[in-house]
Design a protein around this ligand. Structure first.
Ligand code: MN
Length: 729
């Protein structure tokens, strides 16, 4: 039952709550503007409800609250957040917005409407959309910040959506929005987006880590209290104002560690950072941070390799903090982060917080970042998927600082080579780079740079980019420039290739018309005429295979030995996608060519989906496959829903990783259990033992997830076995 009176009261409560958290709103005029936007939104959305049954307007109100409270945005953004869905979903027009509020509001809402058109409603080509989103960055970064608030609220309320929608939205979030939030310096928001994504893409693992974190909480708290006690006493004795926070790893980062480093939860759950936040006048910030460092290291021995000073040189996204890792009495390394209140605000709320502290802000480095992105975007040659890869390279890497011969400082991502540096200086310098002098010593252009290096580039007019250069560079800028130079070379060759290819056609009495070219493309497995001409010119086509073709009066009829042709991609797509059909694996699927993907080895009982490949039919992946996010967010239109038929007698390959204490006869016990007791077939087994600890990988054939679970339980019962977990391959 909908209780309108109660809903009206609730709206009043939400309005007051919004004003309470809008710290930057302090005058009557601003309050009146927010009230007006609030009323306009209520009126516009009055007949709409969310999937959960709530009034729709709760959503924009909540987005406005996130924008104000969690990102720290001001009146204009709050107004726009309240109105963000009106132009798209209701009768309100952009002209109305401009008339009622102003030009700036119109522009921001226009940007938001365009983003949601490209992101939310198109099913494919996420990479292209990404380019569009980034382009709006240069207009007004508030568009992105409000969009992030919108996405966060959608993620928080994802429960009421359909399962396939949940997967699509969660994949996009991890692929696109979380990295974006990270780069904008919104750490709290990024972490929550990542955790929520995991909750929907891999609910089982998410639950497992969450409950383990909960169970181990008391132990952690006790440790933190003991560890910080002497530090707190000394800070107080020196009359400093401060607060101390202990930051555990997020669920997602624990998951990531387990996955990439192959460690168990128990090995990393207690890795956390202690953060000391100091209150001080702006001019004493640096001194107070280093003074605190000195107090911390009076009590605990620091690891000299793990000192990070982002107070003297802030990171490119504005992050400032002093990090050290010290040895605790229990023999465990603990990271201590030392920063002021201002630095902490910037770290948590990112770009928006810079406005609050304008004097001390490092806005120039943010601008430099935006400019770099722009350079990438403005290259018309750049393919959108490449763009994402190149862009992500820059997103995830840490920075190093190096110097030009006359002492100018340049920032580059960690792992950058001398060649990257050359392209950073100028495209011409990069394109003709022969080698470099690092700290006055001659080195090859592939040399990796480290912070503090002074680099001089040696060029030659004769030098030009070649394919292998792509192996030495990590920056998006260098990759883009090298690729476009290579493409230019290729273009010339393809042009020459076209002429000689046409000559070749005449020689074989094949008419030069589209139908024939198409057949030759598929015959030689080439994606486009351009590629065909290029491959022809460089002599990579097996031309004598022409004998296999049937040619009559200038027309290619097909392959002489052609059997029943396989359905092509288009037919598959129309058969599977249009009717929302479910692919049932194991049933008579004679007309579908499907395979279980070796990257995640799905078995019956796993949640799966089908992916239509270009040459290899349909591949079945687990929804938590490491490649799933990439596939779903880039090629959503090629995804087919799939499920297993029940009762199969077929066996599927699955991998298990076993760790334990190396005891005599243990390997024997494991193999005996597998082959005798459970009647499971084993394909391979490998064990490795190190200082009394062993790691084993076994590949077994099982019927489904239930069967595998039984096997895991039995294995865990063997003396000496500590952990058994499934691995993807
Ligand atoms: Mn929305």
């Amino acid at each position: 039952m909908i209780n309108l009176e109660e809903e009206n009261k609730e709206l009043g409560r939400r309005y007051r709550a919004l004003l309470r958290v809008s710290k930057t709103v302090d005058n009557k005029e601003d309050k009146a503007r927010i009230r007006k936007a609030f009323d306009v939104a209520i009126e516009a959305h009055k007949d709409m409800r969310r999937k959960s049954g709530e009034p729709y307007v709760y959503h924009p109100i909540e987005v406005a609250r996130i924008a104000a409270e969690e990102i720290g945005l001001g009146t204009t953004s709050i107004v726009c957040a309240l109105l963000h869905d009106t132009v798209e979903d209701t009768d309100i027009t952009l002209d109305d917005v401009e008339r009622l509020f102003g030009k700036k509001e119109r522009m921001i809402i226009d940007g938001l409407t365009k983003i949601s058109e490209v992101v939310d409603y198109s099913v494919s080509m996420q990479a292209e959309n990404f380019r569009k989103i980034l382009l709006t960055l240069s207009d007004d970064v508030r568009v992105i910040l409000i969009k992030l608030a919108d996405r966060l609220h959608n993620m928080r309320t994802l429960d009421s959506m359909r399962r396939d929608k949940q997967l699509k939205i969660a994949s996009e979030t991890i692929f696109l929005y979380a990295p974006l939030a990270h780069r904008l310096g919104l750490y709290a928001l990024k972490t929550e987006l990542e955790d929520l994504s995991l909750k929907y893409t891999d609910p089982e693992v998410y639950e497992e880590i969450t409950s383990k974190l909960q169970k181990s909480k008391a132990v952690r708290t006790r440790f933190v209290n003991q560890f910080t006690l002497p530090i707190k006493r000394e800070l107080e004795a020196q009359g400093l104002k401060f607060s101390v926070k202990a930051r555990t790893k997020s669920v997602y980062s624990i998951y990531n560690k387990i996955k990439t480093k192959h460690v168990s939860f128990e090995e990393i759950y207690d890795v956390f950072a202690i953060r000391i936040i100091l209150e001080t006048e702006p001019e004493r910030e640096k001194a107070v941070c280093w003074n605190t460092y000195s107090i911390v290291t009076d009590f605990y021995q620091p690891n000299p390799d793990r000192l990070r000073d982002w107070v003297s040189t802030p990171k490119g996204n504005g992050y400032e903090s002093l990090h050290t890792t010290v040895m605790s009495p229990g023999g465990k390394w603990v990271e201590v982060q030392i920063r002021t209140k201002r630095m902490d605000d910037i770290a948590e709320k990112g770009y928006a917080a810079h406005w609050k502290y304008k004097e001390g802000a490092q806005e120039s480095s943010f601008d430099a970042w935006i400019n770099k992105i722009r350079e990438l975007l403005e290259n018309p040659d750049l393919n959108a998927v490449d763009l994402i890869d190149d862009f992500k390279l820059n997103l995830f890497s840490e920075e190093i600082f190096v110097f030009t011969p006359n002492g100018e400082i340049r920032s580059l991502p960690k792992g950058a080579s001398a060649l990257d540096f050359a392209f950073e200086i100028h495209t011409e310098v990069g394109s003709h780079c022969m080698g470099a002098k690092v700290n006055h010593k001659l080195v090859p252009l592939s040399t990796e740079l480290t912070s503090g290096d002074q680099v001089e580039i040696i060029t030659s007019k004769k030098q030009k980019p070649n394919e292998s250069w792509l192996d030495y560079v990590t920056t998006g800028k260098a990759r883009t420039k090298i690729k476009s130079a290579l493409r230019e070379d290729k273009r010339v060759l393809a042009k020459e290739g076209k002429v000689s290819f046409e000559k070749w056609l005449r020689k074989h009495k094949i008419t030069n018309k589209e139908e024939n070219i198409k057949r030759l493309l598929s015959f030689f497995s080439q994606p486009s005429p351009f590629e065909l001409y290029y491959q022809f010119e460089i002599g990579k086509l097996k031309l004598n295979r022409i004998k296999e073709l049937q040619i009559e009066k200038g027309r290619i009829l097909g392959k002489a030995s052609d059997a029943k042709p396989k359905e092509d991609l288009k037919d598959l797509l129309s058969k599977t996608n249009t009717k929302e059909e479910m692919l049932v694996i194991g049933e008579s699927m004679d007309h579908f060519d499907y395979k279980l993907s070796p990257c995640c080895n799905p078995i019956p009982g796993d949640e799966v989906f089908g992916f239509i490949t270009i040459k290899d039919g349909i591949k079945i992946h687990k929804t938590n496959c490491p490649n799933a996010v990439q596939l779903m967010s880039n090629f959503a239109y090629r995804i087919v829903k799939a499920r297993w038929t029940s009762h199969q007698k077929i066996a599927f390959l699955a991998g298990l990783k076993i760790t334990g204490i190396d005891e005599v006869g243990l390997v024997n016990n494991v193999t005996k259990l597998i082959s005798n007791e459970l009647n499971v077939n084993m394909r391979s087994i490998s064990f490795e033992s190190n200082d009394g600890v062993f790691d084993g990988i076994i590949m077994v054939y099982v019927h489904d997830t239930k069967h595998l679970k039984e096997l895991k339980t039995k294995l865990r019962q063997i003396d000496g076995v500590i952990n058994v977990s499934r691995i993807d391959n």
